[in-house]
Design a protein around this ligand. Structure first.
Ligand code: PXL
Length: 271
């Protein structure tokens, strides 16, 4: 047990002060998996359950220094990358990951908040496409992100599959396109085979009747990182992450006046 608790999962992401998304939500998710979470904060957002009002990137050198310091002291067994904010930070993160070979790197290619605010600048999006896609072991775009990165409209399983093929051609190895916004919520998991081809699996989900959905994308990618850290195979880790997010949705409750967060800590008994 103690051995598991001392396994470190690193989140590289922005700060959402309402704690539905971003690093604080990631730390809750990591704790919920019985692992130890650390974080390098890329941006401060001014945000509530009602949306993102404003954000500013953290100076890129602080992100880089944090990553180097954490690596020296608490090397992670998995890394989740979320909001990067600026091209300068995306470049530092890419360089950091290129110079240290870290296990289980999950990239959630965050471009916008669910309320529609842009969370990455143009240069950052270019670095995401040209460098980070190829560094990550798994990427977890939603429909809009898969569409943007693959340069096509993604709105059904056929276009999700085509997006995966295009992302593979751009260097991505394993891809989960999260389809929570489809009428039948289904994720598409594309896994690279030894010959370089992709195998596809559809993971159907149940539609959970709740509007408390803030933070589902962040929680999914972090839970995936955690399950890989715990030793699950990639295919099982993807399913377990989906089950975790479903549990967090099912056990969510209203907090704040807008889109409430999922309940990351639904497994925790109050004391
Ligand atoms: O859900 C994407 C996301 C990621 N990271 C931060 C966010 C958001 C959405 O608002 O604020 C910090």
């Amino acid at each position: 047990m103690l051995e598991q608790l001392s396994k470190v999962v690193l989140a590289i992401a922005g700060f959402d002060p309402s704690s539905g998304a971003g690093v604080t939500a990631d730390l809750k998710t990591i704790a919920a998996h019985g692992l130890y979470g650390t974080a390098a904060v890329t941006a401060l957002t001014v945000q509530t359950t009602q949306g993102v009002r404003h954000w500013e990137a953290v100076p890129a050198n602080l992100v880089q220094e944090t990553l180097e310091a954490l690596l020296e002291d608490m090397p992670p067994v998995a890394v989740k990358i979320g909001m990067l904010g600026s091209g300068e930070i995306a470049g530092k993160v890419a360089k950091f990951l290129q110079s240290h070979s870290l296990p289980n790197v999950i990239l959630d290619p965050v471009l916008k908040s669910s309320s529609g605010a842009d969370l990455l600048d143009r240069r950052g999006a270019d670095i995401l496409r040209a460098e980070l896609l190829g560094i990550a072991d798994v990427i977890t775009p939603n429909l809009a992100e898969a569409g943007f990165l693959g340069d096509l409209e993604v709105n059904d399983l056929a276009s999700m599959e085509e997006a995966c093929r295009r992302l593979r051609a751009l260097g991505a190895r394993n891809i989960v396109v999260t389809g929570g916004h489809l009428s039948e919520p289904t994720d598409l998991f594309a896994e690279s085979q030894p010959d370089g081809s992709l195998s596809f699996r559809t993971d159907p989900g149940e539609r959970i009747q709740t509007t408390n959905t803030h933070g589902t994308g962040c929680a999914f990618s972090t839970a995936l990182a955690c399950n890989l850290a715990l030793g699950a195979s990639l295919g099982d880790a993807v399913l377990k992450a989906k089950t975790y997010v479903s549990g967090a949705l099912r056990n969510s409750y209203q907090v704040g006046k807008g889109t409430s967060p999922i309940n990351h800590l639904f497994g925790l008994k109050p004391r």
